[in-house]
Design a protein. Structure first.
Lengths: 345, 345
DNA sequence: TATCTTTGCTTAATCGATTAAACAAATATA
DNA sequence: TATATTTGTTTAATCGATTAAGCAAAGATA
């Protein structure tokens, strides 16, 4: 019953009256161990339900085979899909992952980093919290000498690998799509300017607007935390303008959802009165009414690439980390919230 | 630059020309170490950016201060909220968590358990995958002698702690609410019968239907995987009945969403023609149109309770684990999808 | 002054697995 | 037959932190 004591190499060794070294090697299929011994060892190991002590081997080998993952939230489809695909690739290579969430808080993010370093992970794959501007903690990872890979929310200054989509180009795609729909006054509810990806989206928006000779009105460009609630507030703000926009591009789907609610509450015809575009292609964008046009970020591919990048680093540890961006093309998923043409039928 | 070598106790000991034992104790504020030595040690530790090697101390102390968490998915608000609150409580007690997701797959769940045991976690808090019926792997956790706590998706047969809501009573609440709305033919798209919580919801549904003297028609009770897609299929099935139901209670919000889409596609008036109730109170239930009535499961409280239960076990390791259920009352959140009265105004 | 306590530290064993080095026995080579 | 090589295993050190046990020096007590 109280089979509390875990079986160790020593137990197996004692039973077979051989050394623990022989047992260890037998379990690793070392060529210098006779097949007779190997079989015997494996049989006893199985009988005793032997589970190797990971702490001991990790300590000895100086590697834990654990990869730390830091995401702002897990309850977004984007991050959960990234993580899932990352896990698949890493598991195949013998790594397991530890997921931690920063909840968009800088403090929590620092704690996560400490936890992961403390757990002796072999590397960290992270997407930074919105709040994060101070990079000291990330430098701490680098100075530990383990690979650091960023995705989605990254920072050039850290000079590490980064996997993400082309935010600047995505904004262009969106604006062009809206122009095609005949929109002439396009607003942008963007993320925090200080966050690189949101800044890129803002730049892309501005440049695309200018490119098409549209008004770049400062009251049409708002900075937002991109929560659902703030999406509501910012949309209300836009509706209170003397001249309302005829299209709103919002840098996050949750905020876009909040905005859509406000539009519906105000009985505004979407897309004909105001067209709406989100960002991230969260599943609910397809589910609400009208479905929201959004940008697919290829989360699965980002996850796989991040994992592969990590594996490349561990397989050639001498290569110094440097700024190495892998930028994927995003895809515009047009839905009813911006598709005026669909209503012409 | 290549400050790769991690600082160890030995490095500090060498610098101060004292033993590693003294350093270790100094860092732990052992009463037998002079304050002079303590200060010196702490200063050097800080200067060298000393980070204790968790593997070594965990190996020696026989505990890792890590708690493994297994959830079916992370991209549901329920699970992510549970985990977040669990983490908060555990962090305060000096534990860190490792999250793994089973993706509702039994095989993946077994892998997760192996990973966590391999990582020498001090305990496991889990919600079982839909697929899981074989409990061998969970028995493996118990035989390891570490606490196992289940939440939401549990199993009486395992005889461990369980935290969840009263599914049976929740079904009663829902049926009663629908009866109040004047519904007379209430269908139920339930989860897998073999899963305890879904079975309880089904039992609750049946008993409540009988209690109110309504028809307990077998064609009104469907078994579903409760994915959005299957929600669509099962709703279509209900619509194809000779006599359609006037209310549908669906045991999961994602499936309820799929069902709602089908209803809207068929231009059916919700709630007046068919009322709809989901389960789980996922954020999107409030966001779609019409908003879906659902059951709030008090995820935060479940997370906190699960964590506290784990902590109780580690603080009194002699207490043998036994079936110990903590059942919370659920709350019915009435929204437009079932609120006919709202439309009478 | 002699003995007992307390203080402050060191020594050495330990957790469990891994692995370099050593070594005996078996086999191959000259 | 003498030597070299291969095979199969053991010995012992190691990873880094912890801790029981030991011990000398300082302080307290009789």
């Amino acid at each position: 019953m109280s089979n509390k004591k875990k079986t160790t190499l020593k137990d197996i060794a004692n039973i077979l009256e051989i050394s623990t070294a022989a047992v260890s090697k037998a379990l690793q299929d070392d060529s210098r161990i006779s097949s007779k011994t190997k079989e015997a060892v494996k049989k006893v190991a199985k009988d005793l339900n032997y589970q190797p002590n990971h702490l001991a081997s990790a300590l000895r080998k100086g590697k834990s085979n654990l990869v730390g993952v830091i995401v702002p939230r897990t309850n977004s489809n984007f991050f959960s899909s990234v993580v899932q695909n990352m896990e698949e690739v890493l598991n195949k290579a013998g790594y397991n992952i530890i997921i931690t969430q920063s909840n968009e808080s800088y403090k929590k993010e620092c704690d996560s980093i400490d936890t992961l370093l403390f757990t002796q992970v072999d590397g960290i794959i992270a997407s930074m919290a919105n709040e994060t501007t101070d990079l000291d903690y990330y430098e701490k990872i680098k100075s530990r000498g383990i690979p650091l890979i960023l995705f989605d929310r990254g920072e050039n200054d850290l000079n590490v690998d980064y996997i993400g989509i082309d935010d600047y180009a995505s904004s262009h795609m969106i604006v062009e799509h809206l122009v095609e729909q005949g929109c002439k006054r396009i607003a942008h509810i963007g993320g925090y300017q200080r966050t690189r990806i949101f800044n890129n989206r803002i730049r892309g928006y501005k440049d695309a607007i200018e490119k098409h000779g549209l008004p770049l009105d400062s009251e049409l460009l708002l900075e937002s935390s991109l929560t659902q609630e703030d999406g509501r507030l910012k949309m209300e703000q836009l509706l209170s303008l003397k001249t309302r926009p005829d299209a709103v591009y919002i840098a996050g789907d949750y905020a876009a959802l909040g905005a859509l609610q406000v539009l519906k509450e105000n009985a505004i015809d979407v897309p004909n009165e105001i067209a709406l575009v989100g960002f991230g292609n969260e599943p609910f964008t397809a589910m609400v009414s009208p479905p929201i046009t959004s940008i697919e970020q290829h989360s699965a591919e980002i996850g796989r690439l991040a994992a592969q990048t990590f594996l490349e680093h561990v397989s050639s540890p001498d290569v110094k980390q440097s700024l190495n961006k892998k930028i994927l093309d995003a895809e515009l998923i047009v839905r009813d919230s911006s598709n005026k043409k669909a209503f012409l039928n």
